[in-house]
Design a protein around this ligand. Structure first.
Ligand code: NAP
Length: 259
């Protein structure tokens, strides 16, 4: 496996998360990640950084068409009119004519799922969006979404401390992808002793073991956020070792009550 390997020939297995990256840190962070080999960038309307993500892409040495770019429709825009109005605004901020993936950021009680997804599929037909997906859907709602149309992924929090095996099983059964967000438990996982011990055998850190475990599960793409080059280099350096089946199982059994 390599950093630019694509699940189902579509989504690179590792991407850069950009939540809470703003201003020049975001522009520089996106550019540096792309120059290091990342080919997948995750943003959202609500992050307030689509403009900076777009600038980072242009500042990098990588062509737009080589990048898998995701944005997400904010909960308060989840109506057909809201989606049709705000996705072109996102594209303008990102300075691109399309996103590779458009997600429903979070389901709401007032959202009409069919209407939202049909509107997003309409944007796909118009070429503004290449793929449609969802985020923070439970397995039942994810299943319902996939029955409405071609939903590529469910982006959910997934770490050795917070597992999403039911959603993963649902994705696998339909050849879809789980995108693992907050894969490093917002940085907390770096101090996990069990993961650190497994990593020491390979000269790898607890973060690297975590990201490797997630992608090695199959049907999973990871989007760690790292603002600077040092963490970005570490997070993408996970393609030169392989966890044994026993190690994969022991990580499955890690328990943590927080998160
Ligand atoms: P995360 O990726 O689990 O962790 C990010 C934290 O880990 C940052 O503080 C980062 O520090 C640190 N870090 C990164 N690499 C490290 C390393 N090798 N060693 C030590 N520390 C390291 O957290 P996240 O930002 O919540 O999640 C990732 C992305 O998922 C987000 O940015 C966003 O794109 C997406 N997300 C989506 C949703 C959703 O509702 N769909 C929700 C949450 C997140 P530095 O920044 O200093 O490098």
């Amino acid at each position: 496996m390599k950093a630019d390997d694509k699940l189902f020939g579509i989504m690179p297995v590792i991407g850069l998360g950009t939540w809470e990256m703003t201003g020049n840190i975001c522009i520089g962070g996106v550019a540096s990640a792309l120059n290091l080999g990342y080919r997948h960038i995750d943003t959202a309307q609500i992050y307030g950084n689509e403009k900076e993500v777009g600038k980072g892409i242009r500042q990098s040495e990588v062509k737009r068409e080589e990048i898998f770019l995701t944005t997400k429709v904010a909960t308060f825009n989840l109506t057909p009119a809201g989606i049709n109005r705000t996705v072109p605004e996102s594209l303008e901020r990102l300075a691109t004519s399309y996103v590779d993936l458009l997600l429903i950021h979070w389901p709401t009680g007032s959202m009409v799922l069919e209407d939202c997804l049909e509107t997003m599929f309409g944007l796909k037909e118009k070429g503004l969006v290449k793929h449609v997906g969802v985020s923070n859907f439970d397995p039942g709602l994810f299943t319902k979404a996939m029955s409405i149309g071609p939903v590529l992924t469910n982006q959910v929090k997934f770490t050795p401390w917070h597992k999403e095996f039911e959603n993963l099983a649902v994705a696998r059964a339909k050849d879809r992808i789980i995108t693992a967000y907050s894969p490093l438990a917002r940085g907390g996982i770096v101090n996990d002793k069990t993961l650190g011990k497994i990593g020491s055998k390979y000269g790898k850190s607890a973060s690297q073991v975590t990201l490797r475990w997630l992608i090695q599960l199959g049907n999973v793409s990871v989007i760690p956020k790292a603002s600077g080059k040092r963490h970005q280099e570490e997070d993408i350096d996970i393609f030169d070792f392989e966890l044994t089946p026993e190690e994969m199982e022991s990580i499955k059994k890690i328990r943590r009550l927080l998160h």
